[in-house]
Design a protein around this ligand. Structure first.
Ligand SMILES: Cc1cc2nc3c(=O)[nH]c(=O)nc-3n(C[C@H](O)[C@H](O)[C@H](O)COP(=O)(O)OP(=O)(O)OC[C@H]3O[C@@H](n4cnc5c(N)ncnc54)[C@H](O)[C@@H]3O)c2cc1C
Length: 339
């Protein structure tokens, strides 16, 4: 069981800046995110795209913004629990007990939900057998590429993830890349590279094909593919990887007894608290009159929610407003020397 002042759900830009605002006022935070990386939409959806409306940064990318936010919160040494989704929230005396899908338990007087549009989840194969073999032959992400070494692998998809993993895994496995269209959608140079690997005999490409069935008892033995004309082909394979993009689901957040308004959580704009004491919502997931789904609005929301968390985390102390330019205690927490 992990005790903390605040559990932050979501490591998108808004969750990250909330950690800063909590840190400078002396509150500890733990962060849980369903994704395998930090940065939310900025990293998952547009790492290379330029952003022009972050105050005082004329231009940054999704990736550089995330990198800078991480640099800014380094002094607070928050733990990130990635690849974990918060499933359940229960009230226990003055605390919230928070449980993830990996059965990790956190206890905290405050929860900040910075869950964006909900948890990103992979689009899955539309056949029943795929569920049976999920994580035992069927995968939607690569956590450890070594498990695919010297195996027969079928990779499905036409975008960058499918192409990148086909290129990478073809270095040490027999890869067949399958796509339902003739043309790939990934970056030009990756498309060229997979075609070169194909002509060098280092990987196989099958288009336009889709998965039709998966065969095997305790492990995958073979799969069948079907083309547009209904022609079926059988392939021996050990593993099947699907990269069909992500869908965003509000997911378990909808089950926590919070007031909801069209997949968003209405909040009090004085402190960004939801209808439950000690549970706050900031960033894209919160709603109030005039809400703008912009990163800069989320930063402001995090600043107010952090101050509100102080009351429940330090009930016997009085919160004092201070500037970072002049506050010795804030500068100490930031690890900078006061002048
Ligand atoms: C293509 C594109 C371009 C954009 N350009 C701009 C721009 O120029 N300027 C701008 O200001 N904004 C822009 N935005 C919007 C901006 O990205 C969002 O406003 C911002 O990402 C919201 O941040 P967030 O931290 O609230 O949520 P997100 O970035 O969505 O992060 C939420 C995180 O919460 C996690 N999560 C959700 N539920 C759970 C759960 N139960 N357990 C664990 N983890 C969970 C998710 O996995 C996710 O990582 C753009 C968006 C897109 C898609």
């Amino acid at each position: 069981m992990i005790k903390t002042d605040v559990l932050v759900i979501g490591a998108g830009p808004v969750g990250l800046f909330a950690i800063h605002q909590l840190g400078i006022i002396g509150l500890k935070a733990e962060v849980v995110d369903n994704l395998d990386k930090i940065g939310g939409q900025c990293i998952e959806l547009y790492p290379d795209k330029p952003i022009y409306d972050i105050p005082a940064l004329p231009m940054c990318t999704g990736e550089s913004l995330t990198k800078n936010l991480l640099e800014q919160i380094k002094p607070f040494k928050s733990n990130f629990h990635l690849n974990e989704r918060v499933e359940e929230i229960n009230k226990e005396k003055n605390n919230w007990k928070i449980t993830t899908n990996k059965k990790k338990v956190f206890v905290a007087p405050n929860i900040i939900i910075a869950g964006g549009v909900g948890s990103f989840e992979p689009r899955k194969f539309p056949i029943k057998e795929a569920e049976k073999f999920e994580n035992n032959g069927v995968f939607y992400s690569v956590k450890d590429k070594n498990i695919f070494k010297n195996k027969k692998i079928c990779i499905f998809g036409g975008g960058d993830s499918a192409l990148d993993w086909a290129i990478e895994l073809s270095k040490f496995s027999q890869v067949t890349l399958v796509h339902r269209r003739k043309e790939f959608r990934g970056a030009d140079h990756s498309v060229k590279l997979v075609k070169k690997l194909q002509s060098d005999g280092k990987l196989k490409i099958k288009t336009p094909f889709q998965i039709n069935s998966i065969e095997g008892q305790n492990k995958i033995e073979s799969i069948t593919l079907v083309d547009d004309a209904g022609k079926i082909e059988k392939l021996q394979t050990d593993n099947v990887l699907g990269f069909f993009g992500l869908i965003m689901k509000l997911g378990p957040i909808a089950e926590w007894g919070l007031n909801l308004d069209k997949k968003t959580i209405p909040v009090d704009t004085g402190n960004f608290q939801t209808n439950k004491e000690g549970i706050f919502a900031i960033g894209d997931i919160c709603s109030y009159p005039g809400k703008l789904k912009l990163i800069l609005s989320g930063f402001h929301e995090g600043a107010l929610a952090a101050r509100a968390c102080f009351k429940l985390a330090r009930p016997n102390e009085k919160y004092r407003f201070e500037f970072t330019t002049t506050s010795k205690s804030m500068q100490e927490r930031l690890g900078v020397k006061s002048k």
